[in-house]
Design a protein around this ligand. Structure first.
Ligand code: SF4
Ligand code: SF4
Length: 123
């Protein structure tokens, strides 16, 4: 069961998780061309080894440890993590489209500062 990055990453995107991931499955990295325009980062579901190192590293509690533990308000972002593939423009665009739709349909969450947003995920 892969780990999932959710919406507190939007507006934060500090790559602290990338620095601790032992298998380089979080993208885009700062040295990848998609980084500048990416709305958030994504975990490759097949490459993640469920080590858990990224969770305490994230300053805004954006990462959940499974699809099942991801709150209902964040479920569409499971698909964004699932489709994103660094270096593949089509999947990058698809993932970003999912995130854009999430942002547009969750104005309430987006109005909350990133560091407080996860506290409201389950509400
Ligand atoms: S759980 Fe481990 S392998 Fe999976 S994304 Fe986080 S740091 Fe990387
Ligand atoms: S540590 Fe958290 S906020 Fe920073 S890039 Fe990773 S998921 Fe996004």
């Amino acid at each position: 069961m892969p780990f999932i990055i959710t919406d507190p990453c939007i507006g934060t995107k500090d790559t602290a998780c990338v620095d601790v991931c032992p298998v380089d499955c979080i993208h885009p990295r700062k040295d990848e061309p998609e980084f500048e325009t990416a709305t958030m980062l994504y975990i490759h579901p097949d490459e993640c080894i469920d080590c858990g190192a990224c969770v305490p590293a994230c300053p805004v509690a954006a990462i959940y440890d499974s699809v099942d533990s991801t709150p209902a308000s964040q479920k569409t972002l499971v698909d964004a993590n699932k489709v994103y593939r660094a270096g593949d423009a089509a999947t990058v665009a698809e993932a970003e489209g999912i995130v854009k739709a999430h942002v547009e349909s969750h104005a309430d969450l987006m109005a909350i500062a990133a560091e407080k947003r996860a506290e409201s995920h389950g509400k």
